[in-house]
Ligand binder design. Structure first.
Ligand SMILES: Cc1ncc(COP(=O)(O)O)c(C=O)c1O
Ligand SMILES: [Zn+2]
Length: 386
């Protein structure tokens, strides 16, 4: 086993990793997998990575699935890090293009690992509240694993996500409300229906899949972490996962103490983390009347809010909110300059980069990374009307 135990990210209480777990049994906060790094370093070195498969399973020894169990995989991870040649002008700006993952978004990373673990631990029916992309990813990996997927999405989720889930064999329920309402519906019904709750950070392994963003980035940057990371933040799982990866890689002796300044990019119509960070709060209050075309950022309350805020502070990073019109404008600018049809969440990071650079919060020549977390193809209904 590569995981020693699960540990609460708030109170530190330990939980067994040999059975299905959701939140901390004492305080209800997210659980983290504590990886046996001493054991991992026996076979996993920076050099051995050169000989391994391209998918995220190349980091096998720091992932939770036991070594003798076959992962549920569709070839996720191993995405390109592209220089933003024209958009970035003379800046050292790079794009981690997650749109080439299975189901066209970075949600594939978390779901490959979480579905692998859920299957390994005996779950048969998986349920998830989704802004769209997580649902598609769960549907795909559950189909591959031979498990049932139950996806709850807001009624105004992009059409492509809804159709994709259905075509992949998931049971889809559309809810008149937000992703938090979808989560509440699952919580209400899961015991009776026998569903395992796959909500992000309410089970311990989607964040393990997402942490491979950090491993891959370090590897692609030749083990020198960048100066700045711009991350489109909904639930914040990728940001939290990368931070965990940085600590693990330091413990493995792969990187030093330097960390990027982490910036959470949100939508002006749903910016709970921006508001809380600016007010110096430790947790983020639910954002009222949340609305934005960037469905992945339409998360009015994130269970990992306190973790996101801690990381932004520790990294000396910050927050920025972007209006929907700017996302649309920047999507086209990036498309026509870089040849990438980005999702609105990714476009928001380009807009954020321009403003942070203009405000002097990113200096000339600093290496900055933008995560294009998904493909614009999933958002035709957002783009067609503009
Ligand atoms: C395309 C896209 N970008 C960003 C996010 C936000 O991701 P996270 O929950 O890691 O903050 C989502 C979540 O649904 C998404 O679908
Ligand atoms: Zn706890």
């Amino acid at each position: 086993m590569f995981v020693i135990h699960l540990e609460c990210s708030a109170c530190g209480r330990q939980h067994e990793s040999s059975r299905q777990q959701n939140l901390c049994l004492s305080c209800g906060k997210p659980l983290f997998a504590i990886v046996d790094l001493d054991r991992a370093r026996r076979t996993l070195t920076r050099e051995t990575l050169n000989t391994r498969e391209k998918s995220l399973w190349r980091y096998r020894e720091v992932l939770p699935l036991p070594g003798n169990v076959e992962p549920v995989s569709l070839g996720e991870g191993g995405t390109p890090l592209l220089r933003a040649e024209k958009f970035g002008d003379d800046n050292n700006l790079w794009i981690k293009d997650e749109s080439v993952n299975p189901t066209q978004s970075f949600k594939a990373r978390g779901m490959s690992v979480a579905v692998s673990m859920a299957k390994h631990l005996g779950a048969t029916k998986l349920a998830v509240p989704s802004a769209g992309n997580a649902g598609g990813a769960l549907a795909a990996y559950a189909a591959r694993a031979g498990l049932e997927a139950h996806v709850f999405m807001p009624r105004d989720t992009p059409r492509a996500n809804i159709i994709e889930c259905r075509e992949l064999g998931a049971h889809v329920t559309l809810i008149d409300g937000l992703i938090t309402d979808c989560g509440a519906e699952i919580a209400r019904r899961k015991a009776k229906e026998g569903w395992f709750d796959m909500s992000t950070l309410k089970e311990p392994y989607r964040v393990e899949g997402k942490k491979t963003l950090g491993y891959e980035l370090a590897e692609q940057c030749d083990w020198q972490l960048p100066d700045v990371i711009l991350y489109p933040t909904g639930g914040g799982t990728g940001l939290i996962g990368m931070w965990k990866a940085f600590d693990e890689m330091q413990a493995l002796g792969w990187i030093g103490t330097k960390r990027p300044r982490m910036f959470a990019v949100q939508a002006s119509g749903c910016a709970p983390i921006v508001r809380a960070f600016d007010a110096g709060e430790k947790d983020a209050a639910e954002y009222p009347d949340a609305h934005t075309i960037a469905s992945g950022l339409r998360v009015p309350k994130a269970i990992g809010d306190f973790l996101i805020l801690k990381i932004l502070g520790q990294s000396n990073g910050g927050v920025i909110a972007v209006a929907d019109e700017e996302m649309i404008r920047f999507a086209r600018a990036v498309g026509s300059s870089e040849g990438l049809f980005v999702c609105p969440e990714g476009a928001a990071c380009f807009a954020a980069f321009k403003s942070l650079r203009g405000a002097g919060k990113i200096a000339s020549g600093e290496r900055a990374i933008i995560f294009n977390t998904g493909s614009g193809i999933k958002y035709l209904d957002c783009y067609q009307d503009q």
